[in-house]
Ligand binder design. Sequence first.
Ligand SMILES: NC(=O)c1ccc[n+]([C@@H]2O[C@H](COP(=O)([O-])OP(=O)(O)OC[C@H]3O[C@@H](n4cnc5c(N)ncnc54)[C@H](O)[C@@H]3O)[C@@H](O)[C@H]2O)c1
Length: 435
Amino acid sequence: MKIAIVGTGYVGLVSAACFAELGHDVIGVDIDAAKVKMLQEGKSPIYEPGLEELLKSGLKTGRLTFTTNLLEALPHVKIVFSAVATPTGEDFKADLRAVFIVAETVAKHIDHDIVFVNKSTVPVGTGKQCEELIQKILKDRGVELHVPVVSNPEFLREGMAVSDTMMPDRIVIGINDMNGAKELMEELYRPITRVGKPVLFMSRESSEIVKYASNAFLATKISFINMLTPLCEITGANIRDVAKGMGLDNRIGPKFLHAGIGYGGSCFPKDVKALLATGKDYGVPMPIIEATHNVNQLQRKNFIDRVLKSLPKKSHVSIWGLSFKPKTDDMREAPSIDVIEALDKAGHTVTAYDPVATEKAKPLLPTSTQYADSPLAASKDADALLVLTEWDAFRGADLGDVKKVMKGDLLFDGRNVYEPEEVKEAGLTYVGIGV
Ligand SMILES: NC(=O)c1ccc[n+]([C@@H]2O[C@H](COP(=O)([O-])OP(=O)(O)OC[C@H]3O[C@@H](n4cnc5c(N)ncnc54)[C@H](O)[C@@H]3O)[C@@H](O)[C@H]2O)c1
């Protein structure tokens, strides 16, 4: 089946490469000419395990192509996906301008029936708005075409995006107009559903809400455990034991109960805010989501305050980890940005190391920030070491060697990666979260 995917970022590119791998003919469209050039050359503009191999294989088979011109993608296409970004706009609302531009362009130029699919995360009611926009333009053009708008939210996790796309926990599809769209979506996903992965059909509104509800729920789990960290610190409890004790209860589960410096990234912060804005629009209070957001802000602030209070004047600080989480180079809303800005403002100097995110981080960090090419090099002569991303490589680091190259002995474990005892044995002073 020929499909077009508009927006070749973390979601669009992974979806395009996976659908091509599964036998569909996919054309990826992006307004970023530099990105499209890289893609045409088989180079992935983002770090995502397994993605470049799929990209190269898709180009080789000819089933995966890229263009900057959406109009080139429309002939004979059966499904057009919008996978453009929907960042936080005014008053916490999702900025939907890119989605509407894509819908408008498609409506102005399409000459046959297609299904328009919102894979971008969009607030409830956006599918209806897209459909009305498309219908109005078609009417103005005087053409009678069937272009239903379907919601198909994406649940992939960065760092695991390829396997999440190939083997998702579930596929959610929201359709209000059953006239052919359901069969087409079933055909599209058949290579995945055939191996037993469930597809849930529901109304477009339910599907749009599922996406925000899922992300807000996961963010709430993180904020819940983070909320308990000061209580553990004051009372001498250990949040890791608390989380373990809770998580082994099947009704609760261990995932998303890791205390740390709060969630970041391109999804949780913006989706939590957008759900709050949607609640406000409809006059529906969202007190739990509000608390989730507030706890997250506070958690980051408390960590920064604690670091600043402990550091001697004009300290040299080593940072391990810049990306918002391991296995990605995504820097959107990464805690490292706030932490390094605060250190810089307070007159400290920073040397940072990240396995893959350094180049993406540079434009977002103070110009005074230095970069090293290994964790040990970043720690040389440091008064303090801050671990901000739980990359696997940091877990196994020889902290004795780290201590030898450092000037000071402070280790702030922003992700609770280490056992306090092993840090102490290495001669370092351990500061964890909720420990
Ligand atoms: N990143 C994730 O982990 C993730 C997971 C699930 C859902 N989502 C949702 O998926 C959507 C996309 O997220 P992302 O992280 O891939 O964003 P992204 O910023 O990585 O990619 C968006 C791409 O769209 C392109 N673009 C913008 N306007 C365009 C236009 N008019 N025509 C063509 N291309 C255009 C940009 O150049 C960019 O390459 C968002 O709504 C996001 O909330 C993201």
